[in-house]
Design a protein around this ligand. Structure first.
Ligand SMILES: [Zn+2]
Length: 192
């Protein structure tokens, strides 16, 4: 499934009413993040993509780059933060929103908070490493830096499908691939 197949505003009901008024805007930004994730998938990176939006425009984008760079800190969010800082002062984040296909991990959640990001919108939760509520709540726990608002579930299915496609590809390349059953693309979803 490509981003072009995304026609409905999947997951918009998961974000607060006040943000839903700008549904088309959210859709456009998350679709861009999904495109970045798709590109990451095409070059063998874990498919996570994001965009940073300030004053209604994308000022930076990022995708996972840990395999190519052999640098485990090159997560999509940190790549995008670095890109934004090339052209903007750090204060830009205080009025910026991040759209990312997967819930930020604990490392990224912490750095986003230190940069005073305003809002984070994400697709699917990150059950193993999530720092916006799934494992720890770095975005809202007591801390020195101001907390940020986090809204999950926007285009969740599309984000999950990208990850599933990645793990299937990965398994096919493994020296001892799992039986075919484990390589079939699971397209079912639990109700949220
Ligand atoms: Zn991360």
């Amino acid at each position: 499934m490509g981003v072009s197949d995304v026609e409905t505003l999947d997951g918009i009901e998961t974000i607060p009413e006040t943000f839903r008024e700008d549904a088309e805007t959210h859709k456009g930004f998350m679709e861009k993040a999904l495109e970045m994730a798709e590109e990451a998938l095409s070059i063998g990176e874990t498919p996570v993509g994001c965009v940073v939006v300030a004053n209604g425009a994308i000022i930076a984008s990022g995708m996972n780059d840990t395999n190519r760079s052999l640098n485990g800190t090159r997560h999509a969010e940190l790549v995008a933060i670095s890109e934004a800082l090339k052209l903007h002062p750090a204060s830009v984040f205080a009025s910026a929103d991040l759209y990312v296909t997967v819930e930020p991990c604990i490392m990224c959640a912490s750095i986003l908070r230190q940069y005073h990001i305003k809002n984070v919108f994400y697709g699917c939760g990150n059950e193993r490493f999530g720092g916006n509520g799934s494992v720890l709540s770095i975005h809202s726990d007591f801390g020195i830096d101001p907390p940020y608002a986090s809204h999950g579930g926007l285009y969740r299915k599309e984000a999950v499908m990208l990850l599933r496609r990645f793990y299937i590809q990965h398994n096919e390349k493994a020296p001892n691939p799992r039986p075919k059953k484990g390589r079939e693309l699971n397209t079912s979803f639990e109700p949220t």
